[in-house]
Ligand binder design. Structure first.
Ligand SMILES: Cc1cc2nc3c(=O)[nH]c(=O)nc-3n(C[C@H](O)[C@H](O)[C@H](O)COP(=O)(O)O)c2cc1C
Length: 400
């Protein structure tokens, strides 16, 4: 089980099972997640924010809809930050408020503002659970796509026995991890290139670009979650490889070409997210070039890795990237045709709120006969949407 790099907003509401949320926060973090706790008024009656702050490693947000909480991180930012909003325990009262779409405290408001996955782990007395009102609420929530973990059945804090117990923290953590594990690319071999390349001018200087590798690494993570066996060929970046990814570090475009082509055999899918330098210095100096009034560099074209891959006798399903500052869609469509790609992912760069080195991005995905735009959002979420699209198109081609 892994929740590596996942951001989980853990909502704790007013149930006697709230004491278990302390262990849940610990387990989620052990599985690699970042955990931000938000408590309702009722939740804070059952377990202290201090305990959850210590175990989550972050200040806890309480029920208030006030300027102070908003200044720390607004409810919309909180909702967007999360890859998963997990309410555990979810009290009967909170589930009712959720079903009604109420926005009368911080947790309910951010649930309403959240467009990502939402999961609840109900915890209540068996009679409260069996009540028609609660069951109606649960039916509504399920219909709207809310994931429901449990409840389990057994001895209850009130001394009764029956359904309504919150699942154990271990089970909740596992079911949370399973939400990210789509299996869409189960057993497929996927090679991903990411990051910039560096082209040496001399022994100490180089030419590069502003690619951070974040998008490529997020795609590698999403591909692993989808069940793929992932090889990541990375230029120089300051990022940790996701778990279960085979990482190969390279520096120049020539090294990247060798690493990619050398590992292409048997790959089902190639996703070229790297920003490979188009040019390299024709004659890099072995030592350090002395300072001079003017230095003229002669640049020559680097080999085109994408073209080399699609020209293979049996090319993999190949996805290219187009980073442009203008006319994004037109350039991307031309590149799709020109390089015989199966799919191209276009993004606008040169803006501070998206693209290179940003945590957010906005993508336009094009293929022969179709396109889909993925609106501005965190790169992790976009990467999962992109992997879903790739899996669909790959499946369509496979059966064509
Ligand atoms: C001792 C005690 C235990 C409670 N346990 C639960 C419970 O396990 N599940 C539940 O849904 N409500 C339980 N309640 C009722 C909720 O705490 C109450 O509905 C509260 O308003 C919920 O607050 P919230 O919606 O702000 O989370 C309990 C109340 C008390 C006094």
């Amino acid at each position: 089980m892994t929740l590596a790099n996942k951001r989980i907003l853990l909502g704790v509401t007013g149930s006697i099972a709230a004491y278990k949320s302390a262990e849940l926060a610990r387990r989620l973090r052990e599985a690699g997640a970042e955990v931000q706790v938000v408590m309702t008024r009722g939740g804070a009656e059952f377990i202290t924010p201090l305990t959850l702050q210590a175990l989550s490693g972050r200040p806890v947000f309480l029920h208030h809809l006030d300027a102070e909480t908003e200044a720390a991180m607004g409810h919309i930012s909180l909702a967007r930050w999360a890859d998963l909003v997990l309410i555990a325990p979810a009290s009967a009262d909170f589930l009712a408020r959720l079903a009604q779409g109420r926005a009368d405290d911080l947790l309910a408001t951010l649930c309403l503002a959240c467009d990502g996955p939402l999961a609840v782990a109900p915890a209540m007395n068996r009679q409260m659970w069996a009540q028609a009102s609660t069951q109606d609420n649960m039916r509504l929530l399920r219909e709207r796509g809310v994931h429901v973990f449990g409840p389990g059945s057994g001895d209850q804090a009130c001394g009764e026995n029956g359904p309504g117990r919150m699942l154990e923290p271990r089970e909740i953590a596992e079911q949370s991890a399973a939400l990210f594990d789509s299996g869409l690319l189960q057993g497929r071999r996927v090679l991903i290139s990411a990051g910039p390349t560096r082209e040496d001018i001399d022994a100490v200087r180089y030419i590069s670009n502003r690619s951070s590798g974040k998008m490529g690494f997020a795609i590698a993570q999403a591909a692993v979650e989808a069940g793929a066996r992932v090889t990541l060929v990375a230029g120089p970046v300051a990022l940790q490889a996701p778990e279960r990814v085979r990482r190969i570090d390279v520096r120049s475009a020539a090294e990247m070409r060798e690493a990619v082509l050398g590992r292409m055999e048997g790959q089902d899918i190639f996703i070229a997210a790297a920003a490979v330098a188009d040019y390299r210095v024709a004659r890099p100096a072995a030592g350090k070039v002395k300072k001079q009034a003017r230095l003229i560099l002669e640049l020559e074209r680097n080999p085109d890795i994408l073209r080399a891959v699609t020209a293979l006798p049996v090319p993999p399903f190949t996805v290219g990237f187009a980073a442009e500052t203008e006319n994004v869609a037109a350039y991307a469509r031309a590149k799709l045709r020109d390089k015989a790609l199966d799919m191209i992912v276009a993004n606008e760069v040169g803006r501070h709120d998206r693209g290179f080195d940003s945590d957010d991005n906005e993508l336009l995905v094009l293929w022969k006969g179709g396109e889909k735009s993925l609106p501005l959002g965190p790169k992790g979420r976009l990467a999962r949407e992109l992997i879903t699209l790739i899996a669909e198109r790959y499946g369509a081609k496979d059966t064509a």
